[in-house]
Unconditional design. Structure first.
Length: 594
């Protein structure tokens, strides 16, 4: 009976499957074949491999990977004889010609595959910045927009036995309607910047699951196990040995089983980042995960972790590798950056301004660091443009789907420093609603701008203050306006019965440049600003934490001052070579008092 059921379901699935993008929850626990490694690439500034000379899409573009067969054949490209680079990896740091490059680069990877009956195969990308089209064996697998979230295409029916090739057209051109838009203060690293792999699943498989503490409860575990198909009556199983949980369920007509089970887990915290082994099985699929359990909430002007008031001792971090720069590709690089955060005494990291590598979130969780995770709705987004909202919404959904089981993520952020307007308010209100509709267990925030000043008082007034749990804002008194001394007398007006969090403050300093505190770009100037800013905010009721800008100097095309910036934003507490500046110790000492 079971075989007939699965067979019927497989037929149903075959017709249903092509119309949905899988979540592939916890992809690293699945049966995968890595495609990381050496890829050939072709630089194509005019998209000559995609459009003809009349700018019409080619039917026989570079994606066909053609070769001249006869002496008279005209083929004006050859992947196999062109350059190679290591994937994952941005192109900017692997080819000097591409350091500033914005445009299309084509990538090709040969691979062999042995078909297995009853299996589906997905081609998974951790991220490609910014848009991409993907072909397998010359047949289009799909396309994606958004530079920092994972996606996958079902390639079961376009793989062939034995030799295969995948071709990716990646393009990192900035456009007004994109998310982020034209202007941002980080390097526009392009290409296949995160892991690539084939993911093998049964025809019917566990596509998604959630295992967490219910909001405000610490004596039950709730969630769901969801198949890739609306198949009812399929047996699924949840095992959490450390909690004595071993329960079986049958899926409903949506292919989903929900649960709420009494349990009293040891709670995850920065001091005790305990993760439970969790095993989810069903429909011939088995997934192992490590999941922590914690509550995060606010009460008046306090933030509560597991019911206890906590001060978020944070630091902001960009996804940029220490020492070599470029996008982070290894857990070792994550450990180096997060190790510096732990040295500061942090219990919190703001992963700015876009979803970071999954390795970064998982490493933070293992090291006991809470995470602020953010989509790149940054500065002057086209808030009046519906496709731009759809894009931002899709990136928010993908970020929340990927990290829903990561207890370290305690804040979802929907924006950074976005200028006030009715269109912006509506755009962000809808994103805030999307967060609330999909996750009532985490805090919602965004980095607002300080919007008013009078009588030596800064005011934080933002339409979005009614939707967020934490009033967060960036402010650079003493760097962008005023002096570090002004912090000694500045007042603050933050009229909300909510915690406030300073998501950014800071100053630039060239590591090793010393002088008196009044000399801009010295380590002493930066240290003085840190000291005065921390004292200023510490005087204000409701100060619940901060993530100063920023852990490490990072590349930015907006920072041209020769001999000081040289296309680096110098607000890091650590230089890009890993040398700590004086302000590092100012922040560390402050956190010792918290
Ligand atoms: C802003 C912005 C950052 C930027 C920083 C700076 O607050 O959020 O992305 O790098 O200021 O000017 O250094």
């Amino acid at each position: 009976m079971k075989k007939i059921t699965l067979c019927i379901l497989s037929v149903l699935l075959f017709f249903w499957q092509g119309f949905s993008n899988p979540v592939l929850q916890n992809v690293y626990a699945r049966r995968t074949v890595t495609l990381n490694g050496t890829w050939n690439y072709i630089v194509d500034p005019l998209d000559n491999g995609y459009y003809d000379y009349r700018r019409q899409p080619l039917k026989n573009g570079f994606f066909e990977n053609r070769k001249a067969q006869a002496p008279g054949d005209l083929v004006e490209y050859n992947f196999d004889r062109d350059a190679t680079m290591t994937i994952p990896g941005d192109w900017n740091t692997q080819d000097d010609r591409l350091f500033f490059y914005e445009g299309t680069v084509w990538f090709k990877k040969d691979f062999t595959y042995t078909a297995k009956s009853g299996k589906r195969v997905f081609l998974y990308f951790g991220a490609v910045n910014y848009t991409c089209n993907v072909w397998v064996n010359g047949k289009e697998a799909g396309s994606h927009e958004g530079g920092f979230t994972p996606f996958a295409f079902d390639v079961t029916d376009i793989l062939q036995e034995g030799d295969n090739f995948v071709i990716v057209r990646a393009n990192n051109e900035r456009k007004p309607e994109n998310v982020p838009t034209l202007n941002f203060d980080w390097w526009n690293y392009g290409g296949i910047t995160r892991d690539v792999m084939l993911v093998e699943t049964p025809e019917i498989f566990i596509d998604d699951y959630l295992v967490q503490l219910p909001k405000g409860v610490n004596d039950a575990v709730e969630g769901y196990i969801r198949l890739n198909s609306p198949a009812a009556g399929i047996n699924v199983r949840l095992q959490i040995p450390g909690l004595g949980i071993d329960r079986q369920f049958f899926t409903n007509e949506k292919g989903e089983a929900t649960f709420r089970i009494g349990a009293k887990p040891d709670l995850w915290s920065p001091e005790s980042p305990y993760l439970y082994q969790v095993k989810v099985t069903g429909a011939g699929d088995t997934l192992l995960d490590r999941i922590g359990f914690r509550n995060i909430a606010t009460e008046g002007k306090s933030i509560l972790l597991n019911g206890e008031k906590i001060f978020l001792k944070g630091i902001s971090i960009h996804d940029e590798a220490p020492f070599r720069q470029g996008r982070i590709i290894s857990r070792e690089e994550c450990r180096i950056l997060l190790g510096w955060a732990k040295e500061l005494g942090c219990n919190f990291v703001r992963l700015a301004h876009y979803p970071h590598n999954e390795h970064m979130v998982r490493t933070a969780e293992e090291m006991g660091l809470m995470v602020w995770s953010e989509i790149p709705v940054y500065w002057t987004i086209r808030f009046d443009n519906p496709p731009t909202f759809e894009n931002a919404s899709a990136q928010l959904r993908a970020m929340m789907e990927r990290d829903k089981n990561r207890c370290a993520v305690v804040v979802w952020s929907v924006a950074n420093e976005t200028p006030h307007s009715p269109a912006r308010d509506a755009f962000l209100e809808n994103l805030a609603k999307q967060v609330r509709d999909n996750d009532n267990t985490r805090l919602l925030s965004m980095a607002m701008e300080v919007s008013g000043f009078s009588d030596n008082t800064n005011k934080v007034e933002d339409y979005m203050s009614r939707f967020v749990d934490i009033i967060s804002f960036n402010h650079y008194l003493g760097w962008y306006g005023g002096t570090p001394q002004d912090c000694k007398t500045r007042q603050w007006y933050i009229p909300y019965d909510k915690p406030f969090f300073v998501s950014e403050f800071g100053a630039g300093a060239l590591q090793g440049y010393h002088g008196d505190p009044g000399q801009r770009w010295t380590e002493e100037y930066q240290a003085e600003l840190y000291k005065n800013t921390l004292e200023m905010f510490d005087r204000v009721e409701g100060f619940a934490g901060t993530s100063p800008w920023i852990l490490m100097d990072f590349r930015s095309p907006r920072r041209q001052l020769p001999y000081i910036q040289d296309f680096f934003n110098r607000k890091g507490l650590v230089s890009e070579k890993g040398v700590k500046k004086a302000a590092f110790y100012v922040l560390k000492d402050f956190y010792l008092t918290k």
